[in-house]
Design a binder for this molecule. Structure first.
Ligand SMILES: C[S@@+](CC[C@H](N)C(=O)[O-])C[C@H]1O[C@@H](n2cnc3c(N)ncnc32)[C@H](O)[C@@H]1O
Length: 248
């Protein structure tokens, strides 16, 4: 199967994700509750985008949805007609289901590796979406895998659809190592409620599992995969994170 060639070197995501939810869930909640990763600003921009770009009902796929605690706020007052959340963590999906309960649309939650999930959808040709978003999850894949995933997502979009990537992004000319060093320096200075053990957990997670790309690399991938237009509609003041839109 095609996916085997592209993803065979991918570290078993179930192992790292189970670890994420068993050992790091409280830490991630702390980061969300204190807005350490900038979710409030990013998801505010996302909500405005969804309201303006989709005056008509839209179908949304959320890859690596986690507990959907910010997604449920971003889709408030939009024309969302259906929502599918995909995650490897059963715990996260249960919380996501409860967070999304107030949103009046059709909802589905599926426990699966999203790279396998999109491959199956493309092959079955029985589903398409107006918005496919992935927030703080794509950076776990290497560039070849990201390229392949972007190609699959292109095929799953309805005409006029958009892929939204919220993720850590390196500055042009910045290496992965210098990006991680810069990011961790800010964690040390500004994530003031972290214990030293929690700081070590962030450091270990980033060093072993995070592979941020530059904006230019992500645009190249998008162009290669036939997206017609791409833009960044939000970058944080420290230039560590962006909200990127890729239009079909
Ligand atoms: C850092 S959290 C982000 C959660 C949420 N999207 C947000 O922005 O707050 C990453 C999420 O992606 C999920 N995840 C990572 N790799 C995945 C994969 N290959 N397939 C499905 N879910 C994945 C993890 O379980 C986790 O819930």
């Amino acid at each position: 199967m095609q996916i085997m060639t592209h993803l065979k070197n991918h570290k078993n995501p179930s192992a790292s994700v189970n670890e994420f939810f068993n050992d790091q869930w409280k830490l991630y909640q702390k980061a969300l509750n204190n807005n350490y990763m900038g979710h409030r600003e990013i998801y505010g921009v996302l909500q405005k985008f969804l309201i303006e770009y989709f005056p008509q009902p839209f179908a949304m796929l959320d890859l690596g949805c986690g507990d959907a605690s910010f997604t449920c706020q971003a889709v408030l007052n939009t024309k969302i007609a259906s929502y599918q959340g995909i995650d490897l963590s059963k715990v996260a999906l249960e919380i996501a289901q409860s967070n999304m309960a107030l949103i009046p649309c059709k909802k589905t939650f599926i426990k699966e590796d999203f790279s396998k999930f999109v491959d199956e959808l493309v092959q079955s040709q029985d589903n398409s979406f107006d918005v496919i978003m992935t927030s703080f999850a794509l950076h776990h894949f290497n560039s070849e895998q990201k390229d392949w995933i972007m190609g699959q997502l292109f095929h799953l979009l309805n005409t006029g659809g958009v892929v939204i990537v919220i993720d850590i992004v390196r500055r042009a000319e910045e290496t992965r190592e210098s990006y991680i060093r810069r990011y961790l320096e800010n964690v040390r200075q500004s994530w003031s409620l972290l214990s030293s053990q929690e700081f070590s957990m962030v450091e270990e997670h980033m060093t072993s599992s995070d592979f941020p790309e530059t904006q230019a690399t992500l645009y190249e991938l998008a162009q290669k995969q036939n997206f017609t237009r791409f833009e960044s509609i939000y970058s944080d003041p420290l230039e560590t994170t962006q909200l990127l839109c890729f239009y079909q």
